[in-house]
Design a protein around this ligand. Structure first.
Ligand code: 5GP
Length: 180
């Protein structure tokens, strides 16, 4: 089993590069179909979604606009609605179809804050496309239309996801395990 260590923790392979690639292509095909006659805005949440989004957008064949937003939650497991900070670029979203591209939805607080903020700009539609989803941890009732993989409520890194800002560069996704 492939393993990596970052600082004090060990992680083992959860989802391989090949599996991710297959699923990314499926999601892109789905988006192509669903938005066939539209010109959606792919709203990337930084930094986590960088790698997923870069792969996904290159598999999408309809023309899309790419925008970014910084969604910072202060500390894993400490996320509450009050401490999600959004840093946005001023762009016109009125009447637009937005697809938020996210790395992981855990409690849902980050996405819920982002949805509430984006709704203020009166877009025509907003959907969420997340690579990973931890359904058992969801506390805010949000609808996630596109999900790459549902995973157990454990901590993962790689493919854009970090531990203390490290590990985003790995091609596979790894899950934290106890050292032994
Ligand atoms: P939520 O607001 O849904 O609880 O959390 C979303 C954010 O928490 C994600 O964008 C991500 O930054 C962080 N997060 C949640 N679970 C994990 C995880 O397993 N690994 C990493 N690296 N970040 C996570």
């Amino acid at each position: 089993m492939k393993r990596i260590s970052i600082k004090e923790y060990e992680f083992e392979l959860l989802i391989s590069e090949d599996k991710i690639r297959e699923r990314v292509i499926e999601l892109a095909n789905q988006i192509d179909q669903d938005y066939a006659n539209k010109r959606p805005i792919l709203m990337l949440t930084l930094k986590g979604a960088i790698i997923f989004a870069a792969d996904l957008m290159r598999e999408i064949t309809i023309p899309t606009q790419i925008e970014t937003i910084i969604a910072k939650s202060y500390g894993y497991k400490m996320t509450t609605e009050g401490n999600v900070e959004l840093i946005e670029n001023p762009i016109d979203l009125e009447g637009k179809d937005i697809i938020i591209i996210e790395d992981i939805v855990d409690t849902g607080y980050t996405m819920s804050s982002l949805l509430n903020r984006l709704k203020e700009f009166k877009p025509s539609s907003i959907e969420i496309c997340t690579l990973l989803f931890k359904p058992k941890n969801l506390v805010v009732p949000i609808k996630v239309k596109y999900v790459g993989f549902e995973i157990d409520p454990l901590f993962v890194v790689g493919y854009g996801l970090d531990y203390a800002e490290l590990g985003r560069n790995y091609k596979d996704i790894y899950i934290r395990v106890d050292k032994n």
